[in-house]
Write a protein that binds this ligand. Structure first.
Ligand code: NAD
Length: 287
């Protein structure tokens, strides 16, 4: 496989396009918002230049890699792709509509993957006439840096599709891990309850956010404390995933902490709004 389409050019989409193009794939990067495509190209250029400065790619590489990424606003660009990775907004109705259209435009043999953090792969696959070729390819943020790809099999995903996506992830220099389609998969099912418990600790006054993060960093060897990580992910995103776990698994151990809900209601979403459990200046430093 050498041609990919990436749908959605936001935080994740630009990183996914970057990694595919860096490994020799021709990439069609599609976003319904033209502005997002311009921003994505600028982000990819900046990240590639940083790789040159670090000496991980040669100085001529960024131009070659960027030349392999064609941007556009129409899903028709998926017509020539062997693999499509959807990384559009985390909204079921958006993803369902995209997959219905991709099923019509992508070649019959193409694999349709989604980068969703929490929406059922099985439900997305059911919107297509090729559920055996639909799979989760859950990259982590920032995509060019993080090694893991959670590969999620829906109810109907075939062994051949899974094997192909596992092989592709390895060819991209990633480490794929195969998991099954239950709410939150593995990454968020394990991570979000920990973040939620850290928020309960703040709410109950067990310790300050700084202290809680210090305990987890120095005591558990986590590179980032759970509250700084929540701010990085976005508190609205954390809340939405906890609600998916709570609804999907039906167990109150996943109920979101009222303080998390209150902060989201107040617009304190973490780094992206400048304030969450910590404050951030425009340079994104933690304060
Ligand atoms: P984002 O909001 O940064 O980007 C989403 C992009 O999708 C936007 O540019 C938007 O214009 C575009 N879009 C919306 N509807 C579209 C459509 N119909 N057709 C084409 N483009 C459309 O979101 P993100 O953080 O990059 O997340 C994308 C996906 O990746 C989500 O499913 C999210 O759950 C998942 N994810 C995010 C992270 C993360 O840390 N941000 C990590 C892992 C997975």
């Amino acid at each position: 496989m050498t041609r990919a389409a990436v749908i959605g050019a936001g935080t994740m989409g630009n990183g996914i396009a970057h990694v595919f193009a860096q490994h020799g794939w021709e990439v069609a990067l599609v976003d319904s918002a033209a502005g997002a495509l311009e921003k994505a190209t600028a982000t990819m250029r900046g990240n590639l230049d940083r790789q040159v400065k670090k000496g991980t790619i040669p100085p001529e590489a960024p131009a070659e890699i960027l030349a392999r990424v064609k941007t556009g606003t129409s899903l028709d660009a998926a017509a020539g792709a062997a693999l499509v990775v959807e990384a559009a907004s985390e909204d079921p109705s958006v993803k369902f509509a995209i997959f219905e259209q991709l099923d019509r435009v992508a070649p019959p043999g193409a694999i349709l993957a989604t980068n969703t953090s929490s929406i059922s792969i099985t439900e997305i696959a059911a919107r297509t006439r090729r559920p055996e070729q639909v799979i989760g390819m859950h990259f982590m943020n920032p995509v060019p840096v993080m090694q893991l790809v959670e590969v999620i099999r829906g109810q109907a995903t075939s062994d051949a599709t899974t094997a192909s996506v596992m092989e592709t992830a390895r060819a991209l220099g990633k480490v794929p891990v195969e998991v099954h389609d239950y709410p939150g998969f593995v990454a968020n099912r394990v991570l979000m309850p920990m973040i939620n418990e850290a928020v309960f600790c703040v709410m109950e006054g067990v310790a300050t956010p700084e202290s809680i993060d210090t305990v987890m960093k120095l005591g558990m060897a986590h590179p980032m404390g759970p509250l700084a990580l929540a701010d990085f992910i976005g508190l609205d995103v954390c809340l939405a995933i906890l609600d998916v776990l709570h609804r999907g698994l039906g167990d109150d151990k996943y109920r979101a902490c009222p303080l998390l809900r209150r902060m989201v209601a107040a617009g304190q979403l973490g780094r992206k709004t400048g304030r969450g459990f910590f404050s951030y200046d425009s340079g994104q430093g933690k304060g």
